[in-house]
Design a protein around this ligand. Structure first.
Ligand SMILES: [Zn+2]
Length: 103
């Protein structure tokens, strides 16, 4: 009984950890720029005002993946998913199998 609930707790943390890794990785990759988002909303993404503003802002802009298409984002998410599962998941797989071998 106690062992089962310990496993459930462990699996819960595995899921949380994998999701957290995914979110952090994805945010680093897409580097959301709040300034760009605000100005885009106010001026319009394709307006002349925005392109003038963006030229000045570009060197300090944190949004490095402006040109990325949806297809690229899907691909990136796929890579991140695989990498995160390897980084986060495998660590726990080892913990789990270690625990099994003792019994
Ligand atoms: Zn920006």
């Amino acid at each position: 009984m106690a062992k089962t609930s310990a496993y459930i707790t462990l699996w819960y943390w595995i899921v949380v950890d994998i999701l957290t890794c995914l979110v952090i990785d994805y945010e680093i990759l897409s580097k959301y720029c709040p300034e760009c988002t605000t100005v885009k909303r106010n001026l319009g993404e394709h307006s002349a005002d925005f392109s003038i503003w963006y030229k000045a802002h570009k060197p300090e802009c944190s949004e490095n993946y402006v040109r990325s298409s949806n297809a690229m984002e899907v691909k990136a998410a796929e890579i991140l998913w695989k990498r995160s599962v390897e980084n986060c998941g495998m660590r726990y797989m080892n913990v789990l199998s270690d625990g099994d071998s003792k019994t």
